[in-house]
Design a protein around this ligand. Structure first.
Ligand SMILES: [Zn+2]
Length: 430
């Protein structure tokens, strides 16, 4: 799907579906709007089911103030209009009630963006707004004032979140990023460890990790084998998004075709809408002409070169396992049998190792050590096939979710003993 080609009403329905079915608002909560080039505000209607919104339900507020549509506009339309009035650069406003962000609003805190460089880089302009009655003029004035001062994301105390951006897709990507950060911090606190902020020096390292310098090759006629691989990998990328292990912007997945050639996710396409032709072919160190591979394409290439039996690599940031990445908590695979069988030991490596010393790092992972956690950054999963890598990532995230739950129950953990581990090693050939 080419999101930018949709009409304003189609864009609103599409993003509302992603918010609602992504668990970030209730059927009656949340509202979205777009200001088009003629100054018309397209906005969700009041009091309708956000899980079954139709394009014909979307209401227009004309520059004259006239309202056109089958329903009244969202009751929160005053603060949408106030942001547009004060910020000419804004083309879309989003309001939702994601449970993690509402949790922060209840305790009058902001998520610690500094634990995760991607979010800190993307969501720097965040603020909180003291409680004002929903739909009130006081709320619209408080929101308008904050956004006029440069805020792009606001936590409304005892209520929810507002994001605003040049377009609706960008406003949604802000929501996804800050919501992921909030969930990571909540999960970190649930396992009893304080999230550790990244240092300014490490933030600078992150900023240095710019786009891949690979040269392009132009001539390319895909084989049927490559087309099959593209369809398989594309389906797994979308599934990773649906399972909330990728966000629209984040999550890198590659699959070896033969020798040193592989296909990899692009850096500038929404994972939810990825098509097989969007994947980028890397061949002998060159990238497919006219396409931008994920920033980590060079690292993937080094892993494939150093490990001939690795055929797929994933770099991801799921909210439960990332709780172990942003704290000093140990992720112990000896607590759950499926985790130990699938993942063996999981190493934690310092932030920046995969960026500053990619060749050294590429030698650290192999099929015997298929998973590692990079502090304050990501998890990296290698496997013998794209499906097996997906399975390992899912086991990793679900195991982390299990440990978050176990921490809430309290009590002492029962680890599998050496005899039990040795028996499993023999039985499963580990
Ligand atoms: Zn609300």
């Amino acid at each position: 799907m080419n999101f930018q080609m949709l009409s304003p009403a189609e864009k609103i329905v599409e993003i509302m579906n992603r918010i609602y079915y992504g668990g970030m608002t209730t059927a009656s909560g949340g509202n979205l709007s777009i200001r088009d080039a003629d100054g018309v505000i397209w906005i969700t209607p009041s009091g309708t089911d956000k899980g079954s919104l139709r394009t014909e339900d979307i209401v227009r507020i004309m520059p004259s103030g006239e309202i056109i549509g089958p329903y009244p506009p969202s009751v929160e339309h005053p603060f949408h209009r106030e942001i547009y009035k004060r910020r000419p650069d804004i083309g879309a406003v989003l309001h939702a009630h994601p449970p993690a962000l509402v949790s922060f609003s209840v305790v009058q805190q902001l998520p610690k963006l500094s634990v995760y460089p991607f979010v800190k880089y993307k969501c720097g302009n965040i603020a909180s707004i003291p409680f004002k009655f929903p739909s009130s003029i006081e709320l619209s004035e408080a929101v308008g004032e904050k956004f006029e001062r440069g805020t792009d994301i606001a936590i409304l105390e005892n209520h929810g979140v507002v994001t605003a951006a040049k377009d609706l897709h960008t406003a949604f990507s802000l929501l996804e990023a800050v919501n992921l950060c909030a969930n990571i911090e909540i999960n970190a606190m649930a396992i009893g460890h304080m999230p550790i902020s990244i240092s300014p020096k490490h933030m600078a390292v992150y900023m240095l990790n710019v786009a891949s310098p690979m040269k392009e090759f132009v001539e390319h006629i895909p084989t049927e084998r490559e087309n099959v691989a593209r369809r398989e990998l594309c389906a797994l990328v979308r599934r990773s998004y649906q399972r909330q292990m990728f966000t629209g912007e984040q999550g890198t997945y590659s699959m070896r075709l033969e020798g040193d050639s592989f296909i990899i996710t692009p850096c500038d396409k929404d994972r939810a809408y990825l098509e097989p032709e969007d994947l980028v072919l890397i061949k002998n160190g060159y990238r497919q002409g006219g396409k931008n591979p994920s920033r980590s394409a060079d690292l993937h290439a080094r892993i494939y070169r150093n490990n001939q039996d690795v055929n797929s690599v994933i770099i991801a940031h799921p909210p439960h396992i990332m709780a172990f990445a942003v704290t000093d908590a140990e992720f112990d695979t000896k607590l759950i049998s499926e985790t130990y069988i699938t993942l063996r030991e999981v190493k934690k490596i310092p932030f920046g190792a995969s960026i500053m010393q990619p060749e050294l790092f590429a030698r650290e992972v192999d099929l015997k050590n298929p998973v590692c956690i990079v502090e304050n950054d990501c998890v990296i999963v290698c496997s013998s096939s794209a499906y097996a890598a997906f399975d390992s990532l899912e086991v990793l995230e679900y195991s982390a979710k299990t440990l978050v739950g176990a921490a809430q129950l309290g009590g002492s953990y029962k680890k599998m003993n050496d005899d039990e581990l040795n028996a499993m090693k023999q039985k499963f050939g580990l």
